[in-house]
Write a protein that binds this ligand. Structure first.
Ligand code: AMP
Length: 191
């Protein structure tokens, strides 16, 4: 099973990704998590990525693509994977197509969680204040949403045209959303 989960920042992708991955026995690969682990470990990749992440900008495609290529080459991703936070640009879509084609497999489905972006921004701003996350300013939070709309949302149409899209309501309790995703995914034939 080769899956992608998409949605604006704060839509709950990471939470749902873990449930889906567990259900199918595949790794959930979050580019944001890999970048954060590198930042914490102080690796050269982390140092480079941090500059972009702190500003709410995307890390350059070349850096991100190489990192994903290495990760999906790991043995645990051989039976499949769920990508969370990748691809985010049209150039990344092309790269991913190449990586998957190289293994002789295909993407099975792309889950998109739809939510009200204004509501999310309010929630993220409040959370940042409560948790004292000074680096997550309203400006940075808005910039992340803006980039999603400009650069990532167009990917939805690409995958819709390929007949891979499962567009689902991401609002409501976590379990409700998980249920919606499972119902939608169980009808997708596995490759
Ligand atoms: P996330 O946890 O998925 O929201 O990712 C956190 C941050 O990591 C993003 O705001 C970007 O700066 C960076 N990032 C994660 N995935 C990508 C990607 N596919 N392309 C570029 N930057 C990314």
């Amino acid at each position: 099973m080769r899956l992608i989960i998409m949605g604006p920042p704060g839509a709950g992708k990471g939470t749902q990704a873990k449930f889906i991955a567990e259900h199918f026995g595949i790794p959930a690969i979050s580019t944001g998590d890999i970048f954060r682990a590198n930042v914490t470990a102080g690796t050269p990749l982390g140092v480079e990525a941090k500059r972009y992440m702190d500003a709410g900008e995307y890390v350059p495609d070349e850096v991100t693509n190489l990192m994903v290529r290495d990760r999906i080459d790991e043995p645990d991703a051989e039976p499949g994977f769920l990508l969370d936070g990748y691809p985010r640009t049209l150039a990344q879509v092309e790269e991913l197509d190449g990586m998957i084609a190289f293994t002789g497999h295909a993407l099975d489905a792309v889950v998109v969680l739809t939510v009200d972006q204004d509501e999310i921004v309010q929630r993220l701003v409040q959370r940042a204040e409560l948790e004292g996350r000074a680096d997550d300013t309203e400006e940075v939070i808005r910039r992340r949403q803006e980039l999603y709309t400009e650069q990532t949302e167009p990917l939805v149409e690409v995958y819709r045209q390929r007949g891979l899209l499962l567009e689902l309501d991401g609002t409501g309790e976590v379990e409700e959303v998980t249920q919606r995703i499972f119902e939608a995914l169980d009808v997708v034939p596995q490759s």
